[in-house]
Design a protein around this ligand. Structure first.
Ligand SMILES: [Zn+2]
Length: 230
């Protein structure tokens, strides 16, 4: 039996049998884990409110016979609480959690921080920037996932891409191509969109209001499709 002090974010929670609860968390130290909580559905279980999605918990986990359990919860914050009544924000948070849960397979502390920051700073973001917020999360996620397309260099010859020599950007070819390497008239992203996405990659969640960038949901769809097809 191993005891681990760690923190985690609850991604999913589902009932198991009549009384028990099964939750999926992403921990800072050891990644994604399924945790089985005996009696988790019984109302008097003191941990029940802390084990719902969007909860950040800090406590002691136990690893025993390849299974993970929670021994105790010392600190807890519901990251969605400040915007529970704002349906647009809640919808954005659910989408972030969904993407994270669906694609994250490996253990990475940076991915953990990305999720925590994305859920935390959402409360301060003006609703007109929620699409920008989603795309910022997605691009940062894709970068940490290790499949970021090459924005600023030609994937064939390596030359630095600028407005003059830019010919096309292709998700299939995972990046930009210069005029020498491609004659293709079709492009998945325009040069302006390319500059915008490169900017979002470096943009901090807390600065999204300040930056004032508005993006089209079509861009999110394009990057989401890219992630799904990878
Ligand atoms: Zn080239």
């Amino acid at each position: 039996m191993i005891f681990i002090k760690d923190e985690a974010i609850v991604l999913r929670s589902s009932s198991s049998g009549t009384n028990d609860l099964s939750i999926t968390v992403f921990t800072k130290g050891f990644g994604k884990e399924n945790i089985y909580i005996k009696g988790g559905q019984i109302l008097k279980n003191m941990y029940l409110p802390k084990l719902q999605p969007f909860n950040w918990i800090k406590g002691v986990f136990v690893k025993y016979k390849e299974k993970t359990f929670i021994k105790e919860i010392d600190e807890n914050v519901n990251l969605s609480y400040p915007f529970t009544k704002d349906l647009d924000k809640l919808d954005t948070a659910l989408w972030i959690l969904h993407i994270f849960d669906k694609f994250t397979i490996f253990n990475d502390e940076k991915l953990y921080s990305l999720l925590k920051n994305a859920l935390y700073y959402l409360q301060f973001t003006e609703n007109k920037y929620l699409q920008t917020y989603k795309l910022t999360f997605l691009i940062k996620y894709i970068a940490l996932y290790g499949i970021l397309p090459s924005f600023n260099k030609c994937v064939k010859c390596g030359v630095k891409i600028n407005r003059k020599n830019f010919q096309e950007f292709s998700f299939k070819k995972t990046g930009s191509l210069c005029k020498k390497c491609s004659k293709n008239k079709k492009t998945d992203l325009s040069y302006e969109e390319l500059v915008l996405t490169a900017k979002l990659l470096k943009l901090k969640f807390k600065d999204i209001n300040k930056q004032g960038l508005i993006i089209s949901p079509v861009l999110i769809k394009k990057f989401q499709d890219y992630l799904e097809n990878h």
